[in-house]
Design a protein around this ligand. Structure first.
Ligand code: MSP
Length: 528
């Protein structure tokens, strides 16, 4: 049987700015989601990349005295390196200036023009450069875009895509597919937007105003509007309208279907522009568009360079390390909601969950096994062991442990990553409490097998928890697993243990060598 396929995308980031903690938040959450699917045994394609055309990027290049392409090459690499350092395991790093993309965008434009879905007309309205979005007079709020950004007046001949033609079909699709737009409030926002008559979409910019774009094949005085170009990347990346890639496109786009994780600021471009474009080309719509909330700065505003204070991921890495930072960005926030980031929150989260909870359980357990069992896993209860029915706290903990993988699985399906991790943390907290209650350090002196049994329970919890946290902290959790003798998957050069084995109680065989753990998560202190 072929493996289940999962195709996940992040937005393509504008190269007018280097990555900051807000863009790292978006990318890391998507990375963790895609790593969970790998852990479940699915075949994953995970795409991220850079959006390199448009006025915003052109202006930045000019300001820095650079040719746009040279500027893009440099910044795109900065993004790629930053994600690599943050252990983002992308399969595709897409760049909109790649020639195969430009060629495909042009062929889509030509096809829609030939079909009569693109026409020319005079455009009169307003343009927000920082958003790369066209607005009409009635959209403006106090002379600014609805998001509070500056706009410039434009009156010129342009090309339009007949978006209005697909309004009804789009509403029907959203109504018939409740999961198409998530979370629910974003679905309602889109339906609200679609209650007004939908205009056509201006999809060109005259070269006299903007030269940095993909030339329109049927009018060499124009380039494509940046969103038309950028949105297509998701389908172009898996073979849209490219000779020799038909099978790949069928497998990944038409059958598996894409999951787009985006920020709520780019909802309408993804839930209205993009699906209507796909309808016009005659291919399937994505399976799901999930809009995340924003990481806020200390003034409770969206963390973005243009709005002032941003946090630099490099500084945060210095403060707590790469994987604890990943942990914070996934655990601290509910994915669909906004939330603030600060040094204090990062330090607290890392110390409470990593140093005090998982770190503490690991060092206690391995130290005691070292001391009383010569560094060998003691024998412990198994699920069928009748005696455990008399020991309710052990039975309850085994039950909680073996059910946690399924809970994590369900949360991940719903994009509830923070809740998934919360289940694991809850299991670890319960186990630390269990050790307090059983006090194997005392029991070892009077009833060694009983103390061993307690420690074996802790070992199995550590194995299950570390396996379930691999997508968040791949290196630290791999080394934790090796410390407790679970190294086969690493030796076999696979990134993950077998999903089915994770929730199978009794995986660690008594007698397995257990190392005394080095502190995995030193306490974080102070400011960088
Ligand atoms: N280039 C377009 C997207 C084209 S997709 C075909 C764009 N780029 S962007 O760089 O301005 O922002 C992209 C995304 O970065 C946002 O939608 C959001 O997902 C993410 N974020 C940027 N700042 C963020 C926060 N402060 N918090 C959460 N996400 C952040 O729009």
């Amino acid at each position: 049987m072929s493996k289940h396929k999962f195709y996940l995308t992040t937005p393509l980031y504008y190269v007018n700015d280097k990555p900051h903690l807000g863009t790292a938040y978006a990318t890391i959450n998507a990375d963790v989601l895609s790593r969970y699917h790998r852990l479940f045994g699915h075949e994953v394609k995970f795409l991220t990349g850079t959006d390199e055309h448009g006025q915003k990027v052109q202006q930045t290049a000019v300001k820095n005295g650079r040719e746009p392409q040279a500027h893009c090459d440099e910044l795109s690499l900065v993004f790629k390196n930053a994600w690599t350092e943050l252990e983002v395991q992308f399969d595709i790093f897409f760049r909109t200036t790649d020639s195969f993309h430009k060629k495909t965008v042009q062929s889509v434009l030509q096809e829609l023009y030939d079909k009569g879905d693109i026409y020319s007309d005079t455009y009169e309205g307003w343009y927000a450069i920082s958003e790369e979005i066209f607005y009409t007079e009635k959209d403006l709020v106090n002379g600014k875009s609805p998001n509070g950004n500056d706009v410039v007046n434009i009156k010129e001949k342009n090309y339009f895509f007949k978006m209005s033609k697909y309004q009804k079909q789009l509403i029907d699709h959203i109504e018939k597919n409740p999961n198409f737009i998530q979370p629910e409030n974003r679905r309602n926002e889109t339906l609200g937007f679609l209650r007004q008559p939908l205009g056509d979409l201006c999809i060109s910019r005259p070269k006299t105003r903007l030269s940095w774009g993909i030339e329109i094949p049927f009018d060499h005085d124009y380039v494509t509007y940046v969103w038309f170009d950028a949105l297509l990347n998701y389908a172009v990346a898996v073979g849209l309208k490219q000779q020799g890639r038909e099978e790949e496109f069928k497998t990944w786009w038409q059958e598996a279907g894409a999951y787009h994780m985006i920020g709520k600021d780019i909802l309408i471009t993804h839930t209205v522009y993009w699906p209507t474009m796909l309808m016009a080309i005659g291919v399937n719509l994505p399976k799901m568009i999930f809009a995340t909330g924003w990481l806020l700065n200390k003034d409770s505003e969206k963390m973005s360079k243009s709005r002032g204070s941003v946090m630099d991921p490099k500084e945060m890495i210095k403060l707590v390390g790469i994987e604890p930072l990943r942990y914070f960005l996934v655990r601290e926030f509910r994915l669909g909601q906004d939330g603030p980031a600060s040094h204090e929150l990062i330090i607290n989260r890392v110390n409470t969950d990593l140093a005090n909870n998982i770190g503490n359980l690991l060092s206690r357990t391995t130290n005691l096994i070292d001391k009383f069992f010569s560094g060998k896993a003691p024998a412990g209860p198994n699920t069928k062991d009748a005696s455990i029915t008399h020991d309710t706290s052990t039975a309850a903990l085994i039950e909680l442990s073996t059910h946690t993988p399924q809970k994590v699985y369900e949360c991940v399906q719903a994009f509830s990553l923070s809740e998934a991790i919360e289940h694991v943390m809850n299991l670890l907290t319960e186990t630390n409490r269990y050790l307090e209650e059983k006090a194997p350090w005392k029991m070892a002196k009077t009833n060694l097998p009983e103390a061993g049994s307690t420690l074996y329970v802790a070992l199995e919890v550590l194995r299950i928890s570390a396996s379930l946290l691999l997508p968040v902290m791949p290196n630290k959790m791999t080394s934790l697993l090796c410390t407790i003798g679970v190294c086969e998957f690493k030796a076999a050069k696979t990134a993950n243990p077998n999903w089915h084995d994770i929730g199978t109680w009794g995986f660690i065989k008594p007698g397995t060598p257990i190392k005394k753990a080095e502190p995995l998560f030193p306490r974080a202190e102070g400011t960088p």
